[in-house]
Design a protein. Sequence first.
Length: 340
Amino acid sequence: MRRTLLTAVAAAAAMTVAAGCTRPDLNDASPGDRSRNVETRTASPAAAAPVPVVAKTSDVLGTGPVFGINMADRTKHALDAVHAATGCRPTWVQFFVSVAAGVTVEDIRKNPGTPLMSLEPWRAGEGPDQPDFTLRATIDGKWDREYLKIARAVVQYRDVIMLRFAHEMNGRWYPWGPVAGNTPAEYTQAWRHVVALFRHAGATNVLWVWSPNILRGAVKTPVDAYYPGNEWVDFVGVTGYGVREHSPEVTYAKTFAQIRATTDKPIILTETGAQHGPAKLSWIRAFGPWLRANPDVAGFVWSQRKRGQGGTADWRFDDDPANLAAFKATLSAGRVPCQP
């Protein structure tokens, strides 16, 4: 059944690509403007289908490290509040989607910035023991229909989207991690299977973000065992928070050494922040200079959450006035380009 489904999807994708494969130069437009421009340029009566959006990494990068945000309130008003507090408007806005629940194009369009969707193969909140969401279940096509529904919503979005699939695969806290007999080889198979489904569905507007956890807290298996290969990945994402360390260099150095030995893809901190405590202020102050010293870090997503709002600790940059002041200074020190 899976082969039949993939064949049908591939045929549909071929028809879409045949309708046009040249993307207009939209790099200087905002996300909303890019969507409108594509629709305007392709809305002639003779056009059989819209010109597909073909994402490039340069579409989401800036002249320096890009500021992204992960917060409970994913609205323009909330983004405006961050801008007012920091003088810097986040560009990437992260949100989470479980494969079991799915997502609609309307949900994606609500995003007030460039969407960074963390796609999780599980039923959210039910823990790592979910036998129907093992990696083998994904490889065998058990959830293909759900993935294809999500892929169609992504195609309908008609703009660039960053997709972080099955993140933190080297930790035991998710059903796609090293639990229930899952292996690193199965992880790479599952990754390629899902990427192939999206590609066959015509989701050329996706930039794929492979995102291990930092070595602290993860299993001993080196991260390269989980790497699907450069042709399947656009960005390397890293989950890593400052906990007791006084510097990001201490938090990330060992993990980055393994990643840089694996691939030269640009790196994103897909979840970062610092835990409230005696080390937080110095960690935030060191963050900007650390970014300047690590130019292959293309951007970061700060977790603006506390306990009770999806955070396992209070990671926010504005949990007290001193930390907020340090964060504003570190954005400047890191030469983070701030949108007006």
